[in-house]
Write a protein that binds this ligand. Structure first.
Ligand code: PLP
Length: 468
């Protein structure tokens, strides 16, 4: 009985929205905040309090200062963008969940220029008439890849769908069984094939496919030979695959086009940096492949985009496909892509200026130095509860590229007295901006390969807060 009375009493004492709104609107800080935001925040806090009282989670007397403080916190949360920066200390360079690639400075400047001004997006300045959206990147793509023609769409998944639909709708597409990949986010070659209206014709076995498998599968309803770069796994052991030049030969003999989905796609030979060689776009074009597709934001290090290079005649047909309009690339992306591609004219320059490439190719010694430096800065916190260790670890390229490659890297292992690795991980993630590391053998680790120098202060702040 007593409890009920108290409950009713508390509910009755809950202030109305208007009363709190009045108080909040008096505060200088909120003069520019939309009223709808203030009201939403107040309603949320009052409702939560009401539920707490009803569930007898609280029997404390109502504290208006606490309510106001909750409202302020809620307003701050509503006003913050949902999409915000994080610190990637996972060591996975092309981390799809954390935004894949960071743009080069040149690309960012060009995005600002094009976003703030009108542009010749679809206007031929010389002729004074309508132009093509793709012309800004076609030249440079042809120049770097050696292809006859090029175009770009929203992402590589769209590029694959569009190319299949254009070249082989209603026809059979021959693919090796070992190349029927699934990449993250439910992109599966058999499903994309079905969506594009093509009929998947699997040949060979999981581990071995031979030229005769393709030859024997070809019939009057065959529309295309497709090769998919198995970017996120490798088949080792007793294996055989048909090389691209061999596929092109079979295609020519049977008057069939050959397409390759390169997935990541790179213009750079990674073996020059002591890493595994990935097939390059140039390799694919030189082999005589009719159409090659790849991503803009994986190993290429540009914005999200799907790049299509290949034979002029086929690209012409793809441009006329009504699907193209639905998958078209946005002008800001186009601006970033063109600037990124221009950096590839000099591969050494590309490796220096494009963050994705810079991080993948950064020598171990340099990452080690960075880890050392971070430890020295953190030691200045002079907190005996904080135990730091320099660890030799492995980074990954991510983005479903170079899947078995471990890039030697250096990390800072962080132990804090009376805290588990899990709770440190959680606290670092709760910091603003969130710091995402990883746990290995019960130790929370920051992999310095993907941490930028200007992010050291964020890490210091986070640890200061955690220790406070
Ligand atoms: C990543 C990938 C895609 C999809 O590329 P997005 O740019 O993410 O749409 C398609 N095929 C392969 C083989 C891939 O690795």
């Amino acid at each position: 009985m007593k409890k009920m009375d108290n409950q009713e009493n508390l509910l009755r004492k809950l202030p109305g929205v208007d009363r709190i709104l009045e108080r909040i609107q008096e505060e200088q800080e909120y003069t520019g905040t939309p009223k709808s935001v203030l009201v939403d925040a107040i309603r949320f806090v009052i409702e939560k309090k009401r539920v707490d009282i009803l569930q007898t989670k609280t029997s404390d007397d109502l504290n208006i200062h606490q309510l106001l403080s909750d409202v302020r916190q809620k307003i701050a949360m509503i006003m913050k963008p949902n999409l915000r920066r994080t610190v990637n200390a996972t060591g996975v360079v092309v981390h799809t969940n954390l935004g894949r690639s960071l743009l080069a400075k040149e690309a960012i400047e060009q995005v600002i220029e094009i976003a703030s001004n009108y542009s010749n997006l679809e206007f031929d300045i010389e002729k004074g008439q309508r132009g093509l959206r793709y012309s800004s990147v076609e030249d440079i793509l042809c120049e770097i890849s050696g292809a006859e023609s090029a175009m770009v769409v929203n992402n590589n998944a769209a590029a694959v769908l569009l190319c299949l639909e254009t070249m082989a709708k209603g026809k059979e597409v021959i693919v090796s069984r070992g190349e029927l990949v699934e990449i993250g986010g439910s992109f599966r070659i058999p499903d994309v094939m079905a969506k594009s209206g093509c009929i998947l014709k699997e040949v060979g076995t999981t581990n071995r496919t031979h030229p005769r498998d393709y030859e024997e599968a070809i019939n009057e309803n065959t529309g295309l030979l497709l090769k998919v770069h198995t970017s996120n796994y490798t088949i080792t052991g007793f294996t055989a695959e048909v090389s691209l030049p061999e596929m092109v030969k079979i295609g020519k003999k049977n008057n069939l086009p050959v397409m390759e989905d390169l997935g990541s796609g790179t213009f750079i030979d990674f073996s020059r940096y002591g890493l595994t060689r990935e097939p390059t776009v140039q390799d694919s074009v030189h082999a005589g492949t009719d159409i090659v597709t790849f991503s803009g934001d994986k190993l290429l290090g540009g914005p999200q985009a799907g790049i299509i290079v290949g034979k002029k005649e086929i690209i012409g047909k793809i441009r006329k496909n009504p699907l193209t309009r639905a998958l078209r690339i946005d002008k800001l992306t186009l601006a970033a892509l063109e600037s990124t591609l221009r950096l590839y004219r000099d591969p050494k320059n590309a490796a220096r200026c494009i963050p994705t490439l810079r991080m993948i190719t950064e020598p171990y010694e340099q990452v080690h130095q960075k880890a050392d430096q971070l430890i020295r800065i953190l030691e200045e916190l002079h907190d005996p509860r904080l135990i730091l260790n320099l660890k030799t670890i492995s980074s990954k390229t991510g983005g479903g590229a170079l899947p078995i490659l471990d890039i030697p890297s250096a990390g800072v292992g962080i132990r804090i007295q009376d805290m588990t690795a899990d709770s440190i991980e959680k606290a670092m993630r709760a910091h603003e901006p969130a710091i995402i590391g990883r746990i290995e053998e019960d130790l929370f680790i920051l992999d310095l390969r993907t941490v930028q120098d200007n992010e050291f202060s964020i890490i210091v702040d986070a640890l200061k807060n955690i220790l406070a």
